[in-house]
Design a protein around this ligand. Structure first.
Ligand code: SF4
Ligand code: SF4
Length: 326
């Protein structure tokens, strides 16, 4: 039993995208090639169904409609299993009602549960409001649940995005996500345009984000699907070299991931000096996942995990001595 309760699989078979947004945390672009083998992806889904309480498979990227056959195969696979299938897209496929219908109808027939369109000022540089309206209209006509994710900054406002969608902006569920200084966003976005981290984005345990596990194009599996999480040093391992059950067991039982789940990266930061944190750009006032990314991509995270583990071991030893066990 997985005590962090996996409910979602984020299947990210490729970072390839037909556009290259300035805020993209994955550095996706048309030049980014490589795709997770389809058979491996389907096997991973089945293994996860067998060893977790997974309910939803969400395919994202990159742009998933770059390879429609792949998406359709995953949808058809999920339709025969007790999981819902969801797609995240930039809606570039919706060049006309006919084109959008041709893409979505087979997926609808395969039981597609819902579509999330990512659109905001950053995407608008490449994808017109007209295309997004066409995608939303086609989903609504076909009976596919549609929602939108809007990446916001001082220059990318949710109200502007909704106004641009006119009629299609009504009764649309929209989730706002703050643009973060990670990936291409770290190079292209002006720091002053970013919203500061809210109080609840600092000092959190990762437990709620651990309801999702992610697999990417080379089979690497990550413990969450948060934007800071695609950092080599917190990867659980690689599928199929290790089984889905083995990777989940590692996340559940190993100190690093248990500690992140229970206490989050702030606990690690308490084991570092102010100079060490400043050297890697980690700051208690920043978003937890930004700090996590900076700690683990710099190597400091691994050092801090060792220090935190030593402190826990020493405390356990003291308690055992006090109770006469040791
Ligand atoms: S943010 Fe989405 S649509 Fe934009 S480049 Fe990245 S993956 Fe592509
Ligand atoms: S802090 Fe790190 S481990 Fe926790 S949810 Fe964010 S990226 Fe994932």
């Amino acid at each position: 039993m997985d005590r962090f309760g996996v409910r979602n699989l984020a299947l990210i078979p490729s970072w390839e995208c037909d556009i290259a947004c300035h805020h993209c945390v994955f550095n996706s672009s048309p030049r980014t090639k490589g795709r997770l083998d389809l058979v491996q992806a389907l096997q991973f889904i089945d293994e996860l169904i067998g060893c977790s309480s997974i309910e939803i498979v969400t395919i994202s990227g990159g742009e998933v409609f770059v390879d429609h056959d792949y998406v359709l195969a995953v949808a058809q696979h999920c339709a025969k299993r007790p999981v819902n299938f969801r797609i995240v897209t930039n809606a570039s496929f919706a060049v006309s009602d006919e084109a959008a219908t041709a893409q979505l109808l087979p997926l609808c027939d395969a039981g597609l549960h819902s579509i999330c369109v990512s659109w905001d000022r950053f995407h608008e540089t490449f994808i017109s409001a007209e295309r997004v309206k066409t995608a939303i209209r086609t989903c609504r006509r076909l009976g596919i649940t549609v929602e939108m994710t809007c990446v916001v900054s001082r220059e990318s406002r949710i109200e502007d995005a909704l106004a641009a969608l006119e009629e299609e902006g009504y009764e649309l569920r929209v989730v706002q996500v703050k643009a973060l200084p990670i990936g291409r966003g770290a190079k292209k976005l002006k720091p002053e345009s970013l919203f500061p981290a809210s109080y609840w984005e600092r000092g959190r345990a990762c437990r709620s984000d651990f309801d999702t596990i992610a697999i990417v194009r080379d089979g690497t599996v990550y413990p969450c699907c948060a934007v800071g999480g695609f950092t080599d040093a917190i990867a659980l391992g690689r599928y199929p070299n290790e089984s889905a059950a083995g990777l989940l067991a590692r996340r559940r039982d190993s100190f690093k991931w248990s500690m992140l789940a229970a206490r989050g990266p702030t606990q690690l930061m308490s084991c570092a000096s102010a100079e060490e944190l400043a050297a890697v750009g980690a700051d208690p006032a920043s978003h937890d996942c930004v700090n996590c990314h900076r700690l683990f991509s710099s190597g400091l995270g691994a050092t801090l995990v060792d220090r935190a583990k030593s402190e826990v071991d020493e405390t356990a030893m003291r308690l055992m001595k006090l109770s006469g066990v040791a």
